[in-house]
Design a protein around this ligand. Structure first.
Ligand SMILES: Cc1cc2nc3c(=O)[nH]c(=O)nc-3n(C[C@H](O)[C@H](O)[C@H](O)COP(=O)(O)O)c2cc1C
Length: 255
């Protein structure tokens, strides 16, 4: 079996979840390839699929939805009846309609959706929420989900999951937009990695709000810690989601 891991992981949490699952699903003889869609438009590479492939599509949750750029890039593929597990990775508040959105998009592209997972990673704006996750307990849980999916594949069981979520999906919410502070020395690391082309190399301290998807990749990419969401705005966001993030959420498997 060929296992293809399709990721959109601006700050690495989605990648860690996807890789833990992939490790549990694949056997030693399986070939596993990773495709990162959260990259500059020129760097994005997409696989082709056959009915013998298994794919994991893992994407982060932004305001209860999947980032539209991630969906736009995924839509450039065709599933060709490959088996698929969709994974919505969220920062311990909620995944809301993101998982059903991923299920719908994957099915519309011709994937056989056999599993859906909501998994927790550190919140990429308010890092105190879900701090350090996925942790060892999460990885163990994800690995057991992976083994369950592997069994489903071995048994030829293609039953689609009852994926939770609402249709129509929630309305998308935009922002916050990170910007540079005085420590910025215009090295360009943020602009090079921006998946949306929202940072102009000649005017590095600002961001094009029409293009920015608020993914925080520029914040993670900055070697000087010179880019971020202002502390007041972060405080306001932290207050707004505090209740929703108060208890530890567990990952959930629908298969
Ligand atoms: C703009 C934005 C909106 C977010 N909205 C949610 C949300 O609705 N629910 C939630 O639990 N986490 C939310 N998060 C947290 C991310 O889903 C979480 O940190 C995820 O792991 C990010 O993926 P990454 O680590 O691959 O970048 C949001 C993060 C960002 C940047």
């Amino acid at each position: 079996m060929n296992l293809k891991l399709i990721l959109f992981s601006p700050t690495g949490g989605t990648r860690r979840v996807g890789e833990a699952l992939a490790d549990a699903i694949r056997t030693e003889s399986d070939n596993c390839e990773t495709f990162e869609l959260c990259a500059s438009a020129e760097a994005v590479r997409l696989p082709t699929f056959t009915a013998n492939d298994m794919t994991i599509i893992a994407m982060p949750v932004f305001a209860g939805r999947v980032p539209s750029l991630a969906i736009e890039r995924l839509r450039q593929t065709e599933g060709n009846n490959a088996r698929c597990a969709v994974v919505a990775v969220y920062g311990n508040r909620a995944y809301d309609d993101a998982l059903i959105e991923m299920h719908d998009v994957a099915a519309s592209l011709g994937f056989r959706v056999i599993a859906a997972i909501g998994a927790v990673a550190e919140h990429s704006i308010v890092r105190a929420y879900g701090h350090g996750r996925p942790d060892a307990d999460d990885i163990r849980e994800l690995q057991s989900f992976g083994r369950h999916i592997a069994k489903k594949i071995a048994n030829g069981d293609d039953t689609p999951p009852s994926t939770p979520g609402n249709r129509p999906y929630r309305k998308p919410v935009y922002g916050p937009y990170p910007k540079a502070n005085r420590r910025c020395d215009a090295c360009g690391a943020c602009a090079n990695g921006c998946p949306a082309g929202a940072i102009d190399k000649d005017n590095i301290k600002t961001v094009d709000k029409q293009k920015c998807i608020s993914c925080m990749k520029c914040v993670a990419a900055c070697p000087k810690g010179a880019r971020g969401v202002g502390s007041l705005l972060r405080f306001i966001i932290a207050r707004k989601i505090r209740k929703g993030c108060a208890t530890r959420k567990r990952s959930e498997l629908f298969a």
